[in-house]
Design a protein around this ligand. Structure first.
Ligand code: BTN
Length: 328
């Protein structure tokens, strides 16, 4: 693909450097020295960024300064976010794709050992949990998948959905100022309405994980949601009354995910992550209806570190629930 050319890599490195010096100019000489390329190559990269909508001020004496980022998702921004993550090898952007989760799985088969970020502006066959579809109209939502290859046993793999829920909740809170809660197992809700869903998929042998694909869909700038989900779902824009910069949110999600990812291997970090999960839980301590279990109601006593729901029925009977859905 075009954007894996050397020039595009330089472009995303330059972007990353300018971002790191936001508000301060960086000289052309410093950039060319840092990446071992000519001043002309630097200038070309700057021009290419400008055509993508980045506003870059330049002065012959001081150099280049990033003044404004566009709210479009594009290859350069996605690659830069992946590069800055510290745990992803690659970042891929698609104007349109069937599903970023499906694409991540195809990529995983063709690129052994690699981890990557996949972001689409639009999905034509976005997938949700329990075989549902995920509305993925162009330009308003954030549709991303993370392909990772942790060295863990399959029994620990499901922890990754909690990592994603906690990370996304923190990112949403940091970027919007809203308070996000986690509805078991891993929906994000704000003011009782769903704003984000997570779909994790696993490829494993009996004793080792091959790879994990974690798909995250966030309703960001939708001004209206389809009638059938209006009373259950909302968007960050509707909830804050302002447009949210999707790239800023994406960057925060990827960063927070990286922060908690170690919980898959490290019990101390798992403990901390689980604390945050419980604090943000909209389900803990509540009376819930267990959908699909003859709609029985029960009280949620605990959510275990493994992500199971521990419930007690009115007749005193207790149960651990691994999988499913509840309504409050
Ligand atoms: C759910 O709540 O049912 C989970 C929804 C997950 C949607 C995201 S959007 C990006 C990624 N690609 C998909 O096809 N699904 C996930």
């Amino acid at each position: 693909e075009v954007w894996t050319k050397a020039g595009d890599r330089l472009k995303s490195k330059v972007l990353e450097l300018l971002r790191a010096h936001k508000g301060k100019p960086v000289s052309g000489q410093e950039i060319s020295g840092k990446f071992g390329v000519s001043r002309t190559a630097v200038w070309k990269a700057i021009e290419a960024l400008r055509t993508e909508g980045y506003i870059i001020k330049s002065s012959p004496r001081l150099g280049y300064e990033l003044a404004e980022e566009p709210d479009i998702l594009g290859p350069t921004g996605i690659m830069a976010i992946a590069a800055a993550s510290g745990y992803l090898d690659d970042g891929r952007f698609y104007p349109q794709i069937d599903s970023t989760n499906s694409e991540a799985k195809r990529f995983a088969e063709d690129h052994p050992g690699q981890s990557a970020l996949f972001v689409a502006e639009e999905q034509t066959a976005g997938r949700g949990r329990l075989g549902r579809q995920w509305m993925s109209e162009q330009g308003t939502g954030l549709y991303l998948s993370l392909l990772i290859r942790p060295e863990i046993e399959p029994s620990r793999a499901s922890l990754v959905t909690q990592v994603a829920a906690v990370a996304t909740a923190e990112a949403v809170e940091a970027v919007t100022g809203l308070e996000a809660q986690i509805k078991w197992p891993n929906d994000l809700i704000v003011d009782g309405k769903k704003v984000c869903g997570i779909l994790a998929e696993l490829s494993a042998e009996m004793t080792a994980v091959n790879y994990l694909v974690v798909g995250i869909g966030i309703n960001v700038n939708q001004s209206d949601l389809p009638g059938e989900i209006q009373d259950k779902a909302s968007s960050l824009r509707r909830l804050t009354g302002r447009k949210i910069d999707r790239q800023t949110l994406l960057r925060a999600v990827v960063e927070r995910f990286g922060h908690y990812l170690g919980a898959l291997q490290d019990d101390a970090l798992l403990e901390r992550m689980h604390q945050v999960y419980r604090l943000k839980s909209a389900t803990l301590g509540k009376e819930v209806r267990l959908l699909g279990k003859a709609d029985r109601t029960a009280r949620v006593l605990d959510i275990t570190k493994e992500g199971e729901l521990l419930v007690i029925y009115p007749n005193g009977e207790r149960e651990r629930i691994h999988f499913g859905e509840v309504s409050v």
